[in-house]
Design a protein around this ligand. Sequence first.
Ligand code: GS8
Length: 220
Amino acid sequence: MSKAGEVVLLDFWASPFCLRARVALEEKGVAYESREENLLGGKSDLLLSSNPIHRKVPVLLHNGLPVLESSNIVAYVDEAWPSKPLLPTNPYERAQARFWADYIDKTVFETGKGIWLSKGAEEREAAVKNLIEVVKNLEGALGDKDFFGGDAFGYVDIIAMGPASWFYAYEEIGGFKLEDHCPKFSSWMQRCLQRPSIAKTYPDPEKVHQLVVKLSEIMG
Ligand code: GS8
């Protein structure tokens, strides 16, 4: 056991939210055990007892204490293992980072859902347009920087890479290429994909695509 104690992640391979937790732990070099949850077939008692309100993954258990909600987990990991900070130290920059994380949380996954739950070409095109609008706003925040935080990969990059891991599925289902509309965001994604913390934890885009198609059949 490491000095920091036992770290367990209640995980799901394709979850954009679990990806955030895995990347944060990898960035900090924290040894952890990933326990894969069976979200469709039956959640573990540990998941239900540690997240009785939402009953969702990810749950980070640090010495048995549950930390909930992916953005909160990333911020917790940053505080509990303070070397190589993910959030900026300047209060204004921290507020900006939290603003964009909140914007991403409120928009990207839901807007993407509009694509895979759309019925017919018209609805699908409108949903694609909505997602592109959201990503264009993110491109505005990125500006000409390499990462959302500037030169260094940080908090907002982790938050944004979560839902971005489903973009290949959205492109396949929505019949568009994000790169054609948001080239800066696409380059940022490519840069992030080269980071060892992401390369090690990122789900296979084609498998995610197959899962999203299955989900759209179940939920559509
Ligand atoms: C969302 C977690 C979530 O939706 C966070 O952690 O940021 N706001 C939360 N988790 C999903 C898996 S990913 O789509 C989940 O656990 N779903 C199970 C269920 O809804 O029963």
